[in-house]
Design a protein around this ligand. Structure first.
Ligand code: APR
Length: 315
């Protein structure tokens, strides 16, 4: 069987960690690309990972490069290029710089891997994935944002810590934008099949939701020199796996919603079926009144973010 080719653009913390998870999971061969100014850094990281493979027992070829020729014909391209958030910066502060970077990277992807499924990780996510769609011109099911898997994982981890149970038994869903307006779905949260409302009072659940919303900022304030990368990279690798193994995972991703949920052509976090075709289906749930209101608020925040980005990009 032919191995999948996975390109990761941006060989910084998120990109290199994602390469690590993808290689260790034998999801395919990995090309790690960064800008020429970083000289041989991606080559060094790829070689280092390659040398870990005989010890850890994984079979994946890893190549580091600054040349898009090496990425040609990728099945999946992950975009982590950009600057990371520092303390005091919101994701939106990154907007201008990262919009330019994601725009130029998307031009290259369009040329070198026209059939790829693109997963955007760079922040502010909901705007960067829209930018990647605009510039690549790929069908929207092949341009996806990583946010929901990470946000849901944070929520699941906090719930497991609170309840003293295994993270494996927490099943949950979050929707909306990847920011302070993300929408928790208590109706879709259960622990070993038991609805969360039977295990936790709503005030405490609200506090956990609030911590989840600020989950990225909490890590930034602890790290001080950058933003989270283990969990974002793991979330991305799970999406890569769903695509290269055609797993049809039902997980939340930032997907392009037009008629769906009445969004009107923007990326928001919704449950999707993820397989070799990218987003193969968007699952439309019946939302409660509160969930609908929160979701609409989140969509509005995404629209405003995209409008600011377009203003910056179009001068
Ligand atoms: N092409 C390729 N790589 C680029 C480009 C470009 N045009 N511009 C910047 N990069 C690279 C940088 O050289 C750097 O190695 O992107 C990498 C980013 O790495 P880090 O600074 O370590 O940032 P990281 O923590 O990986 O976050 C990357 O993911 O989660 C998001 O908010 C986060 O937007 C940020 C992105």
């Amino acid at each position: 069987m032919r191995r999948a080719k996975i390109t990761i653009i941006g060989a910084g913390n998120v990109g290199a960690t994602c390469a690590h998870w993808c290689a260790a999971g034998e999801l395919g061969d990995v090309v790690l690309l960064d800008i020429p100014q970083t000289e041989d850094m991606p080559k060094g990281k790829a070689l280092d990972l390659m040398q870990a493979s005989p010890i850890m027992g994984f079979d994946s070829n890893l190549v580091g490069t600054a040349d898009y020729d090496d990425t040609r014909g990728s099945d999946v391209v992950v975009v982590t290029a950009g600057i990371a958030r520092k303390p005091g910066m919101s994701r939106d502060d990154l907007l201008s710089t990262n919009a330019k970077i994601v725009g130029s990277v998307s031009e290259q992807i369009k040329q070198s891997s026209p059939e790829a499924v693109v997963i955007v990780v760079s922040n502010p996510l909901d705007a960067m994935v829209q930018r990647a769609l605009q510039v690549t011109g790929f069908p929207p099911n092949r341009v996806i944002g990583q946010a929901g898997v990470l946000d849901t994982a944070r929520y699941r981890a906090f719930l497991a810590m609170e309840l003293g149970v295994s993270v494996e038994d927490i099943s949950a869903l979050l929707m909306g934008g990847h920011g302070d307006t993300m929408v928790p779905m208590p109706s879709c949260t259960s622990v070993g099949g038991i609805p969360i409302a039977q295990l936790l009072d709503s005030a405490r659940l609200d506090e956990i939701v609030e911590r989840t919303r600020k989950g990225g900022a909490e890590i930034v304030s602890l790290l001080k020199t950058g933003s989270a990368y283990y969990a974002p990279a793991a979330a991305t690798a799970q999406m890569v796996e769903a695509i290269v193994r055609d797993k049809k995972r039902l997980i939340p991703c930032a997907a392009y919603c037009d008629q769906e949920y009445g969004v009107g052509g923007y990326y928001v976090g919704v449950p999707v079926v993820l397989g070799s075709g990218g987003v193969e289906r968007i699952v439309e749930l019946q939302l409660t009144e509160r969930e609908t209101a929160d979701f609409q608020k989140s969509v509005q925040a995404v629209k405003e973010l995209v409008a600011s980005m377009e203003q910056l990009v179009n001068g």
